[in-house]
Write a protein that binds this ligand. Structure first.
Ligand code: ZN
Length: 130
């Protein structure tokens, strides 16, 4: 017997005020929106806030990135496998050939997702001088 689809009441996003009909999304996403009382976009950024202290979370000049595993296959690497050198504000320096961009962080989320890194151009300059 097929289980009837769960119905989620319409709610107002507590972050941006948009009316949200969670039923427009698959069940998994609908539950994520209901749990956060948020719209799709605010849920997307809330999920980034929830992992903002993860060592793979990169924020440079108001844009959000996430470092994927280096052992990922050739297909499906962020930026087509381009190499990025990241200088985190906490002193870590990381090279990645699997960096993924999630887009510019909207003004509403900038305070909770402040920059935590910059592109490591000093190392590149040092290599040029060699
Ligand atoms: Zn919203």
């Amino acid at each position: 017997m097929r289980r009837p689809k769960e119905y989620f009441p319409i709610h107002k996003c507590k972050w941006c005020g948009t009316n949200v009909d969670p039923n427009k999304w698959c069940a998994e996403r609908a539950i994520a929106l209901v749990e956060r009382t948020a719209c799709f976009t605010c849920t997307f950024w809330l999920e980034k806030v929830e992992v903002k202290d993860d060592k793979r979370s990169v924020r440079v000049n108001g844009t959000h990135y996430f470092i994927g595993p280096e052992n990922a296959g050739e297909v499906g690497r962020g930026f087509g496998g381009s190499k990025f050198r990241i200088a985190f504000h906490d002193g870590r320096r990381v090279e990645s050939t699997n960096l993924w961009c999630q887009g510019n962080i909207p003004e509403l989320w900038r305070e909770q997702l402040p920059d935590n890194a910059q592109w490591d151009t000093l190392k590149e300059l040092a290599e040029v001088e060699l």
